[in-house]
Design a protein around this ligand. Sequence first.
Ligand SMILES: *Cc1c(COP(=O)(O)O)cnc(C)c1O
Length: 401
Amino acid sequence: MSNFSVNETILPPVGGEPYLLTPGPLTTAASVKQSMLVDWGSWDEDFRAMTRQLRSELLAMIEDTQHQFECVPMQGSGTFVVEAMLGSLLPPASKTLVLVNGAYGQRMVKTLQRIGRDHVFIDKGDYLPPRATEVSAALAADPAISHVVVVHCETSSGILNPIEEISEAVYRAGRKLLIDSMSGFGALPLTIDGVRFEAIVSSANKCIEGVPGFGFVLVRRDALQQSEGCCHSLSLDLYDQWQQMENTGQWRYTPPTHVIAAFMEALRLHRDAGGVPARLARYTQNRDVLVSGMRALGFETLLQERWLSPVIVTFFNPADAAFEFSKFYELMKTKGYIIYPGKLTVVDSFRVGCIGQLDADVMRGVVAAAKQSLAEMGVVSARAPRAAYDERSKIPVDAWQ
Ligand SMILES: *Cc1c(COP(=O)(O)O)cnc(C)c1O
C-alpha cells in the first residue's frame, strides 16, 4: 500500500446532511456542489474547453505518455457506459469470457445476453477472486474466446480482484482485456505500464468524487478505430461519440452540463491534493480506522486483509437476536451516517463505504454511532453467526503478488 501522507482536507457536509457511506453517489465537497450553480451552453467554447480538459486529465491518470489511448465520456450512469464499452468494443463476431464474483460481473453477463454478443463466464460466487490459473485454463480450452472482462473492485462484496495476474494470463494467451474499474479508478493505481488492457470504464460519482450523470471509457486508439459500426445502440456508440468530440469538440447529444462542471471541480480537488496516491492513502486510512474500530466492537469482516479493498467493506450482521438491519440503518441515519445493505446470498451482511469526502474523523464517528446503535437495540454481542465463519473459511488467504 501507499505510504503517501494523508493530507486531503475534508470539510463536513453543509446543512447537516448525513454522510453517505455508500459507494456512489457519495458525499461530495461543498465546492463541487457549488460549481453546479451556473448554466452552460453545450455548444459554447467555454464548455468545449471543459470537455477537452476533462478528457486529457483522465488520460493523464493512466499515464498515457505515448498517446496511445483516447478518453470517451458518455452520458448516463455507470451501467450505461459499461454497456457502451461492451457493445462498441466487442465485435459482433467476438466471444467473451466474463469473470464473475458479484453483482457487477453478473450485470455484464446480462448485458452481453441482451445485446447478443457470444460469451461464457466463470462464476466464483459472492466473494471468491477469479485467479490467473483458471483464466489460462478457460482460454486454452476455448480458442474462440477473443476477449476477457473483469471487475477491478467488485463493489458488491468490496473484494479487490487480482487484475494484474489476470491481465498477464489474458495477454499471454493472445486475448484482450476490458476492465470495469468503476469503483476503483482515481484511487486504485492503474497505469498502462502497470497493467495491460484495451479499455477501462469508470464514472463521475465514484473515486473522483463528482456527482452522477456520466461515465467515461479510456480505450486504446486502435481498438476504438476498429469499432466503427460495431455498436448495437445508437446513443451508446463510443465510436460515434468520439468522432463527434474530435470533429466538433461537442458531445453528440445533450451533455449533463452541470455534472461536468462539478466533475471539473472534483478533478481539481483530486489533483491539488496529490492525485491517485493521495486518494488511495486517504481511503486506505478510512478503511483501516473503520475496520479496526468495528472489529473492536466485535464485528467481523467478510474478507481478510489480503482481499479488502480501500473502497467498501462488508461486515456480517451480528448473530444476536436483537440485531435487525433496518433498525440499525435507521439508528445510524439519525446519527448522520447512511450505510448500505449487503449483497451476500448465504449470510446477512451490510456494507460501509470508505470513498467520498470522508476522513479518519468521520470513520471514527461511524464506529461510535455503530456502538451507540447496538446499545440502543439491546444487542449484547456483535459476533457473526457460525455460518459466517464457515463461509469465510472458504476464501483463500494466499498472496497474489
Ligand atoms: C457503481 C458500479 C457500476 C455502475 O453502476 P451504476 O449504478 O449504473 O452507476 C458498475 N460496476 C461497478 C463495479 C460499480 O461499482
